[in-house]
Write a new protein. Structure first.
Length: 244
């Protein structure tokens, strides 16, 4: 197959059918792996019902909730076992329009990672409050400044990886469990010398359900850039000592 899309879910029963219908209506050669984090609203049951008529839908059920980052680690491992060329990651809340998937597929052959950017060629976000927009813009500027990343949107969750490139990232070393996972993966891609390209997307605020962002996740995200920077400095120093 060409691609596998990994979608973590938590209480997305009202969104997941519409999202999967839109993805498969594109008529592309791809599978979808839904990683459900023990959703109380029975999202997994809704996906199971859809699987009965579509063998290209796969489901990972969690016995107990873990985290956003752990969901992606499990989903990536499963996706890689299917041996695709490319692996997508996207949200389940319809904020990432599937209509942009062909744009990712058109650009990924010459790159290792494509990031769907909300801030390339202007601000491309629908239905956010000014407060949330300013917070997101500040977070991206902050991450770029501390880590020296060249991306306009370091926190975008709509991405496409070349499978071989994703294999090159040691998931055991990825320590972030919240939305900071997105920043850490972008940082590791940059540090590994991967060819990363941003393409413009439109981000649409969810219409159904509640955001999973919490003060705890925001705190983790704020600390992450400094932790990654210190780890990089320490790792370089350790290598230097070994070479001596």
């Amino acid at each position: 197959m060409d691609a596998v899309i990994v979608i973590p879910t938590y209480n997305e029963a009202e969104n997941i059918k519409k999202l999967l219908d839109e993805i498969f209506s594109l008529g592309l050669d791809l599978d979808v792996v839904v990683v459900d984090d023990s959703s109380p609203d029975k999202t997994a049951d809704a996906v199971e019902q859809l699987r009965s008529s579509n063998s290209r839908i796969h489901l990972i059920r969690r016995d107990k909730p873990k985290s956003f980052g752990e969901s992606y680690k499990d989903g990536f491992e499963y996706a890689l076992s299917l041996d695709p060329k490319y692996i997508f990651q996207m949200d389940a809340d319809l904020s990432h329009p599937p209509e942009f998937i062909p744009d990712f597929l058109a650009n990924i052959p010459d790159n290792d990672l494509i990031i769907g950017s909300r801030y390339l060629n202007g601000i491309r976000i629908i239905n956010w409050s000014i407060r949330r927009l300013l917070l997101s813009l500040f977070a991206n500027k902050y991450v770029k400044f501390v880590l020296g990343l060249p991306f306009e949107d370091c926190t975008s969750g709509f991405r496409c990886w070349k499978a071989e490139a994703l294999k090159g990232i040691r998931m055991s070393r990825v320590s972030s469990n919240g939305y900071a996972f997105l920043v850490e993966m972008a940082y590791l891609a940059h540090k590994n010398g991967y060819v990363v390209k941003e393409i413009p997307i439109i981000f649409v605020e969810r219409r159904v359900g509640a955001s999973k962002m919490s003060s705890k996740l925001m705190f983790e995200s704020g600390l992450l850039p400094w932790r990654l920077l210190l780890r990089s400095i320490f790792f370089k120093a350790s290598l230097s000592g070994e070479n001596e």
